[in-house]
Ligand binder design. Structure first.
Ligand SMILES: Cc1cc2nc3c(=O)[nH]c(=O)nc-3n(C[C@H](O)[C@H](O)[C@H](O)COP(=O)(O)OP(=O)(O)OC[C@H]3O[C@@H](n4cnc5c(N)ncnc54)[C@H](O)[C@@H]3O)c2cc1C
Length: 428
């Protein structure tokens, strides 16, 4: 195998790498996938809490962020939601939709990972696992005595592999335990590409405040609004408090903006609405009514049943109201201060959690340096797919949709350009 020149070598057997391999092999390419983990698609098994939210009914380029995210649209259109659903159905993954989010009907991420791996093997894709690529480069001279042009070389501890084209599908830096340890960035740089510094996206936010220790574990419906200079980013849903700060889907959705701002040393604050069903005036009236009605109970008892009891306690303290004091000793002004605190609870964001906890990664190779087939504009035959490119989606299946669309785009172009055996018919 080591003396062979493959039609393409895919570095990384994750979501985008495997789909690229499948599409290239379907057009007759001899494909080699090099994966450093002991099995393929390791990250897919962990997606969507083990259920794999693999795409979304509502897909638009606006769900994606990056330096040139508008360039993502043609790639997403070239392998759309419908193509994704049809492809996965064809390889055995029956889709199930919940509020626009698509999962496999089995509700097992393993179905997606295994169907994809099975399809690659059925097409004769050579998949080497437990093989880490340490260096990549292009060899200008012929490598096998034939009068061929440049070949791409992947060096590993298990040997050196050559191919007419190469796909960098190493992922970014998010969740390195699943294999994406950032090793793709130096590879892209070694070919002359720019790399926008990677930052954690879809990640929890660290915040200032001793009270977070008390609030750890509290979940509540609410809204988070990030204030960054004159910009605001807002999302509603279930908020989660932790000893380090705030989490939950809405926080994860806006987190990449905090990540980018903090990296530029721009201050970030998060304003939390912890009681979205009432306006501030209505909430003040409700609290005031409770203070009057339960005047002989403690202030904390009077608030019971409004917010989570830990939140009630912390909010009272932050308003300098004694939780154990008689509710009747507090009046309208105190109720208004409490309502304001609950509706506009503002904390300073100090940092994000690290790549270990992140579900996606901002930064990478700018789309402006790639064609709509994900081919390098600098090095013909080199492709960059998935999270290694500078694009990240919000929660909801968008990151995997990007992996599918970018991988399929690369695979199709490789299949149409590099298949050695033109007599090989398209395999379906
Ligand atoms: C916990 C978690 C949950 C998620 N849930 C969802 C979800 O429900 N929906 C969604 O859309 N997205 C989700 N994502 C994001 C999604 O999984 C990724 O965006 C997607 O997998 C990226 O695909 P990729 O091909 O770019 O990289 P990856 O899937 O990360 O694959 C990269 C592969 O390259 C291999 N590799 C790296 N370097 C080398 C090297 N030097 N040599 C050999 N192999 C190498 C890695 O081992 C890895 O297998 C989740 C992410 C995490 C961490």
């Amino acid at each position: 195998m080591k003396n062979q020149v493959f039609d393409t070598v895919v570095i990384g057997g994750g979501a985008s790498g495997l789909i690229a391999a499948v599409f290239a092999a379907r057009q007759g390419c001899r494909v080699l996938v090099l994966e450093q983990k002991d099995k393929l698609c390791k990250k897919i098994y962990a997606t969507g809490n083990g259920k794999c939210n693999f795409t979304n009914k509502d897909w638009q380029a606006s769900y994606f962020r990056g330096s040139d995210f508008s360039l993502a649209e043609p790639v997403l259109r070239s392998f759309s939601l419908e193509d994704t659903l049809a492809f996965f159905k064809e390889i055995g993954v029956y889709p199930k939709e919940r509020n626009g989010y698509y999962y496999p009907a089995s509700e097992q991420a393993a179905s997606v990972a295994e169907s994809l791996s099975r399809e690659a093997k059925r097409l004769g894709v050579e998949c080497l696992t437990g093989v880490k690529v340490s260096r990549v480069y292009r060899e200008q001279k012929k490598s096998d005595g034939t009068a061929s042009g440049a070949v791409f070389v992947a060096e590993t501890d298990a040997g050196v592999y050559r191919a007419k084209s190469m796909v960098l599908a190493t992922g970014g830096k998010a969740s390195p335990a699943h294999g994406s340890d950032g090793s793709g960035y130096p590879f892209a740089k070694s070919f002359g590409h720019t790399v926008i510094p990677p930052l954690p996206a879809i990640v929890q936010l660290k915040a200032d405040g001793k009270f977070f220790k008390t609030l750890a574990g509290v979940r509540t419906d609410g809204r988070v609004t990030l204030h960054i200079g004159k910009e605001t980013y807002s999302e509603a849903g279930e908020l989660l408090f932790a000893a380090y700060g705030i989490s939950g889907i809405p926080v994860m959705q806006v987190s990449r903006y905090a990540s980018v701002a903090l990296a530029k040393k721009i201050p970030v604050t998060a304003e939390l609405d912890l009681f979205p069903v009432l306006s501030e005036t209505e909430l003040a009236e409700e609290i005031s009514r409770r203070f009057r009605k339960m005047k002989d109970n403690t202030a904390e008892e009077a608030l019971a049943g409004l917010c989570n009891h830990k939140l009630n306690f912390v909010m009272l303290q932050l308003c300098c109201l004694e939780p154990t004091k008689r509710a009747g000793s507090y009046g309208k002004k105190d109720a208004a201060a409490l309502a304001e605190k609950i509706k506009r609870f503002t904390v300073k964001i100090t940092d994000t959690n690290g790549f270990e906890q992140a579900q996606a990664c901002a930064g990478g190779v700018p789309l402006a340096e790639l064609t709509e087939s994900m081919e390098s504009k600098l090095i013909p035959g080199l492709f960059v797919t998935g999270e290694l490119a500078d694009i990240d989606g919000t929660c909801g299946g968008y990151n995997l949709q990007w992996a599918w669309s970018s991988g399929a785009a690369a695979g199709k172009k490789i299949g149409g350009t590099y298949a050695s055996d033109s007599a090989v018919k398209t395999k379906h």
